[in-house]
Design a protein around this ligand. Sequence first.
Ligand SMILES: *[C@@H]1O[C@H](CO)[C@@H](O)[C@H](O)[C@H]1NC(C)=O
Ligand SMILES: *[C@@H]1O[C@H](CO)[C@@H](O)[C@H](O)[C@H]1NC(C)=O
Ligand SMILES: *[C@@H]1O[C@H](CO)[C@@H](O)[C@H](O)[C@H]1NC(C)=O
Ligand SMILES: *[C@@H]1O[C@H](CO)[C@@H](O)[C@H](O)[C@H]1NC(C)=O
Length: 216
Amino acid sequence: MIASFQLLTGLLALTTSAVSGVIQPRSITPPEGCPIPTWVVNNFQWHNASHSLDCVHHPYDYPEACLCGSGWCKPDPATCNGTMVNPCYTGMPNYEPWGYGPLETLDIDFADGLQCHDQYIGYRIHDIGNGASNCGYADRGQGRIVSFYGTSNLDSSIGHMDYVLGSGHALTCANGSSITYSGSVDFPLTCTHDAYFNATCTAPVFEIPVLSYQWV
Ligand SMILES: *[C@@H]1O[C@H](CO)[C@@H](O)[C@H](O)[C@H]1NC(C)=O
Ligand SMILES: *[C@@H]1O[C@H](CO)[C@@H](O)[C@H](O)[C@H]1NC(C)=O
Ligand SMILES: *[C@@H]1O[C@H](CO)[C@@H](O)[C@H](O)[C@H]1NC(C)=O
Ligand SMILES: *[C@@H]1O[C@H](CO)[C@@H](O)[C@H](O)[C@H]1NC(C)=O
């Protein structure tokens, strides 16, 4: 009886969060005298077009393109009046070669002002949807590292996000000790597809709960 009551309560809780569309997380209680951050994602936008250049999962090891002048021509070695190149190389005029585009872009904006803008360019190959985002790129290692996992191929799915606050952004407790935090969350991801299967994915406002801390 007690077990089934608990099950019922659990189901009701699930239903409630499903209705509001937001999974409500809980952060840990920080050690006494220590501040704890709040990580709220208030804008999530992912555009993954059906023909975005993908330098990680491209079917060939070296996609070929014809760089002609400052633009792209048909990638046919017989007619290319410029140079045949790998469009994933650094320094290309843009990353939408002939037959490809528009660029894949990912934006993750936090309520505290942190903005993670990623776009698919050769020299910064983030495998969008499979881990590291561009956030904290400049101070990676000691920065605020945001990772995103998800698929743009489904109308409705669950995305996953991890946040690691590096030692370069450590917070100071009342007794002078330095502390960093990390957290993660699953969140609802909604994607719409046009007639060409270009995907636009969004998420409701969600919070990444703080789940652990380290002294640094
Ligand atoms: C500060 O307090 C925390 C616990 O709240 C403790 O683990 C840490 O050692 C303290 N640091 C100092 C310098 O006393
Ligand atoms: C959708 O895909 C088509 C075909 O690849 C492309 O021409 C078009 O620019 C794309 N539109 C958007 C909004 O991604
Ligand atoms: C190369 O050929 C294309 C047509 O195939 C033309 O549009 C382009 O202007 C040519 N570029 C140069 C540098 O001659
Ligand atoms: C991005 O879109 C392409 C083309 O539809 C698809 O094959 C790929 O799986 C998508 N990437 C992710 C991470 O969902």
